[in-house]
Design a protein around this ligand. Structure first.
Ligand code: FAD
Length: 687
C-alpha cells in the first residue's frame, strides 16, 4: 500500500528488495497504537536521503526480524514514513518475549537514527489505510488458526477412544465441533467480504474491515478454546500444536483493537438512522448471463404494472386484520400466478419457469426490496409442489399443482406428533387401506397454519410391522374431511399460529397417497431437501428490517444515558449488524458454490444454527434497549412500539425449535460435514 500510494525513489527501491526477498521490510505498526508511534524526524541534509528519526516503541508487530523498518514519524506535526535500516548506528531493535512466539513483537529505540524519506503520509486516510490492511491480514491469520484448530479437533475426535467409543460420538464433543465450524465459516465470510470490498475500493470497506477483525479474531479465540477442551490433557501441553494456535488467535484479537472496541466503533457509525449501511445487493453479487438480465428486466417491469396502486409509498396501507391480510395475500398470489411469477423454480411443464439459481436470487431479492409479503401458499410452493413433481402421478400433478400455484389450495405440513418430534420416524398416526380408501386415525401437533389451510401433507404409518423408517407413507388430506378436528394452540406470545390436528376415521381415496406406499420416509427426504438455497434472502431481510427498527428506536431513546446509548448496548447493536451481514455473505457464498457446480455442503444447517440463535439475541437486545419501558405490553399506555418488541422477544423463542431444533442441526453438521460417528441410539435412515 505504501509503495502503491506513496511512490518515490526510496519506496520503489524498498518494494524491489521486499519482492525479491533480499530484505525483510517491516512496516512500523504498534500493536497498541497503530501507526501513531510518537516518533519525530529531523532533516539533516538531502531532502530524501538525510534524515534522523528519534523515538521508541515496545510492541512493534513483526519487527524483531526486520532488516528495514518503515516507520511513521512527525515533522512539524505532519506524519511522514521513513526507512530505517536495522544495522544503522542509533537503532536498537529488541526481540520481545511475546504471547505468540512465532510472530514476536519487537521493541525499537531510535536515537537520531539515520533515515531516508519514503513519502508523506500527510493525509490521515493513508495512515488509516495502513492500519486497515494490517487488521485484515491479522483477521485472515486468525481465520487460519481457527480452521487448523477445527481440523485437529475433528481428526482427534475420530481417533481418541473413551468408554469404548470414539469421543466424536458424544454430543458433548459433537456440538462444540458444530459450533466451531459455524464460527470458522463466519470468520471466513467476514474476511472474504472485507477483502473484496477493499479491492473494489468500496466506501463500505472500512466498516467491513472492522467487522472482519472483530468477528474473525473473536471467533478464532473461541474455536481454539473449544479445541483445547475437546482434546483434554494433551491439549494443555507444550508439545501439542494447539497452544500455538491459541497464541496466534489471542494475539490477533488483542493487537490493533479488541473486538469490543471495534464493535463499539462500528456501533458509533450505525447509530444515526441516516447512516445505515446498504446491504450487499444479492442480485448484483451473483454471476448471471444475458438471459438472467432479461429475466430481471421482465420481472421488474411486471411488478411495476401489477403491484397494487401506491405500493411502496408511505401512504400505502395493507389490510390490518389477520383475515383481511390473508385474503389480500391470497389475491396477490393469484395475480402473481397469472403472470407466471410464482414457483419460478418449478419446471416449465408444471407452470414454473425452470429458473436458474441466479434468477431465483434476483427474484427473491426483488420481492424483498419491494416489501412483497411471503405468499400464503409458500409451503405448497416450496415443499408439496416439488414433491408432487418428483413423486406424484400425472393425475395428482394435474389435480394439485395449478391450485398450489394460484393459492386456491393452501397446505399445512403434518409431520410432528406428541410422541414424535426430533425423532420424527417414531410417528404413530395410522393409515389403513381398505379397497380404494385410506382410513386415518391419530394426531399431529404444532401444525402451523392448519386453521386456515385446506390441505395437510401428512406423514402416516401404513405398515406398523416394518422397521421404524419403513412403513411410512405420505398422504394428502383435505382439512375439511369428516373426522378432522383442528384445534389452535395458544403460544408463548398469546396468539395461535400452530395447532393440534386430530384424525378420527378420516377417509380419503387411495389416490391421495403421494409417492410409493410405505416409502414415505424417502419421499419426505426429497421434500425437506427442497428448501431453497435462496431462502436466506428473505430471512436476512426480515432480520435486517427488525434491526433497522431497533436502531431507529435506540436513536429515539436518548434518555438511556445522559450521553446517548450505553456503550455496551451500542456494541450489541453492532454485533447484530455484523450478524445480518454474515447471514447475507454466508448465503451468497453458498449460492456461488452451487453455481460453480459444487455441493452446497452444510450451508442449510449452518445458516439455521447461526440464524436461529441470532434471531433470539436480536429481540433480547430490543427489549434490553427499551429497558423498564419494555415491561408494558400491547394496549398499555406508553408501550414502546405498541408492544411489538415484547411480542417479538416471546415469539423468537420458537426460532431454535421449529424446523428442527438447534441440537438436531448440530448433530447433522457434526455427523454430515465433519464425519463424526452417529449417535449410538440413532437408528436406520440418514437424517
Ligand atoms: C413455531 C413452531 C412451528 C412449528 N410448525 C410445525 C409444522 O408446521 N409442522 C410440524 O410437523 N411441526 C412443526 N413444529 C414442530 C417442530 O418441528 C418440533 O417442535 C421440533 O422438531 C422438536 O420436536 P419436539 O417439540 O417434539 O421436541 P423434542 O424432540 O421432544 O425435543 C426436546 C428437546 O430434546 C432435544 N433432543 C431431542 N432429541 C435429541 C437428540 N437426538 N440429540 C440431542 N438433543 C435432542 C431437542 O433438541 C429439544 O431440546 C413447529 C414448532 C414450532 C415451535
Amino acid at each position: 500500500l505504501l509503495f502503491e500510494r506513496v511512490g518515490g525513489v526510496v519506496a520503489m527501491e524498498l518494494a524491489r528488495e521486499l519482492v525479491s526477498g533480499m530484505k525483510v521490510v517491516a512496516c512500523g505498526i504498534s500493536a497498541s497504537r497503530g501507526v501513531d508511534l510518537g516518533m519525530t524526524a529531523r532533516q539533516t541534509g538531502d531532502p530524501v536521503a538525510h534524515w534522523t528519526v528519534t523515538g521508541s516503541v515496545t510492541d512493534l508487530l513483526e519487527a524483531a526480524c526486520a532488516g528495514v523498518l518503515v516507520v511513521p514519524a512527525r515533522v512539524d506535526g505532519v506524519t511522514h514514513f521513513f526507512a530505517v535500516s536495522a544495522e544503522e548506528a542509533g537503532v536498537t531493535i529488541g526481540d520481545q518475549p511475546s504471547l505468540d512466539p512465532s510472530q514476536r513483537l519487537g521493541s525499537i529505540t531510535l536515537n537520531a537514527a539515520p533515515a531516508r524519506l519514503v513519502g508523506s503520509a500527510g493525509d490521515a486516510g493513508l495512515q488509516a489505510a495502513v492500519v486497515e490492511r494490517a487488521r485484515l491480514l491479522i483477521a485472515a491469520q486468525a481465520l487460519g488458526a481457527a480452521q487448523k484448530a477445527l481440523n485437529l479437533t475433528s481428526d482427534y475426535a475420530k481417533q481418541r477412544v473413551a468408554f469404548g467409543q470414539p469421543i466424536g460420538r458424544f454430543q458433548a464433543i459433537k456440538h462444540p465441533l458444530a459450533d466451531m465450524l459455524v464460527r470458522v465459516e463466519n470468520a471466513r465470510s467476514a474476511v472474504y467480504h472485507a477483502a473484496w470490498l477493499l479491492d473494489e475500493r468500496s466506501s463500505e470497506a472500512p466498516r467491513a474491515v472492522l467487522m472482519a477483525k472483530a468477528v474473525a479474531t473473536e471467533n478464532a479465540v473461541k474455536v481454539v478454546h473449544q479445541a483445547i477442551q475437546c482434546h483434554g490433557g494433551i491439549g494443555f501441553t507444550w508439545e501439542h500444536d494447539l497452544h500455538l494456535h491459541l497464541r496466534r488467535a489471542k494475539a490477533a484479537e488483542l493487537a490493533l483493537g479488541r473486538p469490543d472496541d471495534l464493535f463499539d466503533a462500528i456501533g458509533q457509525t450505525l447509530l444515526h438512522p441516516s447512516a445505515l449501511s446498504a446491504d450487499l445487493a444479492p442480485a448484483a453479487a451473483v454471476s448471471k448471463g444475458a438471459q438472467d438480465s432479461m429475466f430481471y428486466d421482465d420481472f421488474r417491469a411486471w411488478l411495476d404494472e401489477n403491484l397494487p396502486e401506491g405500493w411502496g409509498t408511505s401512504d400505502y396501507r395493507m389490510p390490518r386484520g389477520p383475515a383481511e391480510r390473508l385474503e389480500f395475500a391470497r389475491a396477490l398470489q393469484a395475480r402473481f400466478a397469472l403472470g407466471n411469477w410464482v414457483a419460478i423454480h418449478w419446471p416449465r411443464e408444471f407452470g414454473g419457469r425452470g429458473a436458474t439459481l441466479a434468477q431465483q436470487v434476483i427474484f427473491n431479492s426483488e420481492l424483498v426490496s419491494r416489501g412483497v409479503p411471503q405468499m400464503p401458499g409458500h409451503r405448497g410452493l416450496t415443499i408439496v409442489g416439488p414433491t408432487l413433481i418428483e413423486h406424484g402421478t400425472p393425475e395428482q400433478q394435474e389435480r394439485f399443482l395449478e391450485r398450489i400455484r394460484s393459492g386456491e389450495d393452501l397446505w399445512a405440513g403434518g409431520f410432528s406428533e406428541p410422541e414424535a418430534g426430533s425423532d420424527l420416524a417414531a410417528l404413530r398416526t395410522r393409515a389403513v387401506i381398505e379397497g380404494a380408501t385410506v382410513i386415518v386415525n391419530g394426531q399431529k401437533i404444532w401444525t402451523s397454519s392448519a386453521h386456515w389451510c385446506n390441505w395437510i401433507y401428512t406423514l402416516v404409518r401404513t405398515d406398523p410391522d416394518s422397521p421404524k423408517h419403513e412403513g411410512i407413507s405420505v398422504v394428502a388430506i383435505p382439512l375439511d374431511s369428516p373426522g378432522v378436528v383442528v384445534r389452535p394452540i395458544r403460544q408463548i406470545n398469546g396468539i395461535s399460529t400452530f395447532n393440534e390436528v386430530f384424525f378420527e376415521d378420516v377417509r380419503v381415496p387411495i389416490d391421495n397417497i403421494i409417492g410409493p406406499l410405505n416409502q414415505g420416509w424417502t419421499v419426505n427426504r426429497t421434500t425437506l431437501s427442497h428448501e431453497h438455497f435462496t431462502l436466506f434472502i428473505g430471512s436476512q431481510a426480515r432480520y435486517r428490517r427488525s434491526l433497522d427498527d431497533i436502531i431507529a428506536m435506540a436513536c429515539d431513546r436518548p434518555s438511556m444515558t445522559p450521553s446517548g446509548i450505553a456503550p455496551h448496548l451500542r456494541g450489541r447493536i453492532a454485533r447484530a449488524w455484523a450478524t445480518s451481514q454474515l447471514i447475507m455473505i454466508n448465503g451468497l457464498r453458498n449460492v456461488a458454490r452451487v453455481q460453480a457446480g459444487r455441493p452446497p455442503g452444510a450451508a442449510g444447517s449452518i445458516a439455521k444454527v447461526f440464524g436461529q440463535e441470532a434471531e433470539k439475541d436480536l429481540f433480547e437486545l430490543a427489549l434490553d434497549i427499551t429497558g423498564p419501558a419494555g415491561l408494558l405490553d400491547r394496549g398499555a399506555d406508553g408501550a414502546v412500539g405498541r408492544g411489538k418488541w415484547l411480542f417479538g422477544y416471546l415469539g423468537a423463542r420458537a426460532a431454535t425449535i421449529g424446523g428442527g431444533t438447534s441440537e438436531i442441526h448440530k448433530n447433522k453438521i457434526a455427523e454430515g460435514v465433519l464425519g463424526m460417528p452417529r449417535d449410538l441410539w440413532a437408528d436406520g435412515a440418514d437424517h
